[in-house]
Design a protein around this ligand. Structure first.
Ligand code: NDP
Length: 328
């Protein structure tokens, strides 16, 4: 097709944006034959820096980049967009309570949800990367009553990719041998990376590892605390891998999952696996023709049940907090 796909990115002048935009523009999201028009939203003080990033995008002379628009008005920037990658968010400052964080992000994601509702294309798909991602997605979704709820999702693909990488390293196999990884719950320290349904070269991953102490005491905390470990090592947060996972997530949503595999996406729960309906929680999903479905029928043992319930309880608390603030 020659009509460019319009892709919105918020927080476009930030760290993740600096990795993300160049990958999208080069065709990593939609392939080498689909022209892309970038719609970049920033807060007013960051527009000058964003102009500099656009100069660099120009200088790459990407064949797939059909145009770039920037601005600080969501109803203009989101006009007609097909994909929205909501990266910009308010980070937790020193001494900031969770309620303050949720309120500050409500001030970002409620108006963005309303703007998408008003002006996005009919086929809009929204991916929230900015933290607290699940609850920010819930806020945006709740403020966009005319957009089908299944078009909102939050990123747990970075956790998913981290889990694949850790397991592959443990077993000394290429990452391509690992299928059916699942992250359940919230994109937070309570997330549950599940090896009981994952496969390594077609065999059950938990059985192949055969070491529950490693699984519970090393694997799960390493995946859940990877972001902090990267900040400690690099002196800055994991922006390039977050950008890469954002691309993976949105590309899978457009292109689908291969037979015999699934991905992790945080999507609106329909009550599957006892996750309270209406929460944006991470599940194993397959995608076909641009539509995700939660993988059904997996057996959940007591260990997994406890981990999933703990993360979902945190999501319910966040939901109650933003409800109390009148944001949803
Ligand atoms: P980053 O680009 O590094 O991160 C952006 C968001 O992604 C943060 O909420 C961050 O959460 C989150 N994130 C999710 N996964 C990861 C991960 N694995 N590693 C790191 N971050 C992750 O932040 P910057 O401060 O560099 O840039 C943010 C930009 O957003 C700024 O330019 C700011 O002006 C802009 N902004 C734009 C808004 C808008 O367009 N209306 C609104 C608010 C901000 P966490 O904080 O937990 O690390």
């Amino acid at each position: 097709s020659t009509t460019p796909v319009k892709v919105a990115v918020t927080g476009a002048a930030g760290q993740i944006g600096y990795s993300l935009l160049f990958r999208i523009a080069s065709g990593a999201l939609l392939g080498p034959d689909t022209p892309v028009e970038l719609r970049l939203l920033e807060i007013t003080p960051a527009l000058k820096a964003l102009e500099g990033v656009v100069m660099e995008l120009d200088d790459c002379a990407f064949p797939t980049l059909a145009g770039v628009q920037i601005g600080d008005d969501a109803t203009k920037v989101f006009d007609g967009v097909n994909l929205a990658l909501l990266v910009g968010a308010r980070p937790r400052g020193p001494g900031m309570e969770r309620g303050d964080l949720l309120e500050a992000n409500g001030g970002i994601f409620a108006p963005q949800g309303k703007a998408l509702n008003e002006v996005a294309a009919d086929d809009i798909k929204v991916t929230v990367t900015g933290n607290p991602a699940n609850t920010n997605a819930l806020i945006a979704m709740s403020n966009a009553p005319d957009i089908p709820t299944e078009r909102f999702s939050a990123l747990t693909r970075l956790d998913h990719n981290r889990a694949i990488s850790q397991l592959a390293a443990k077993l000394g196999v290429p990452v391509t041998e690992i299928k059916k990884m699942t992250i359940w719950g919230n994109h937070s320290a309570t997330q549950y990376p599940d090896l009981f349904h994952a496969e390594v070269s077609g065999k059950n991953a938990a059985e192949t590892v055969g070491d529950q102490d490693w699984l519970a005491g090393t694997f799960i905390p390493t995946v859940a605390k990877r972001g902090a470990a990267i900040i400690e090592a690099r002196g800055a947060s994991s922006a390039a891998s977050a950008a890469s996972a954002t691309i993976d997530h949105a590309r899978t949503w457009v292109q689908g999952t291969p037979d015999g595999d699934w991905v992790s996406m945080a999507v609106r729960s329909d009550g599957s696996y006892g996750v309270q309906e209406g929460l944006i929680s991470s599940f194993p999903v397959t995608v076909k023709d641009g539509q995700w479905s939660i993988v059904q029928g997996l057996e959940i043992d007591d260990f997994s049940r406890g981990k999933i319930d703990a993360s979902v309880a945190e999501l319910a608390e966040e939901r109650d907090a933003v409800k109390g603030l009148g944001l949803i």
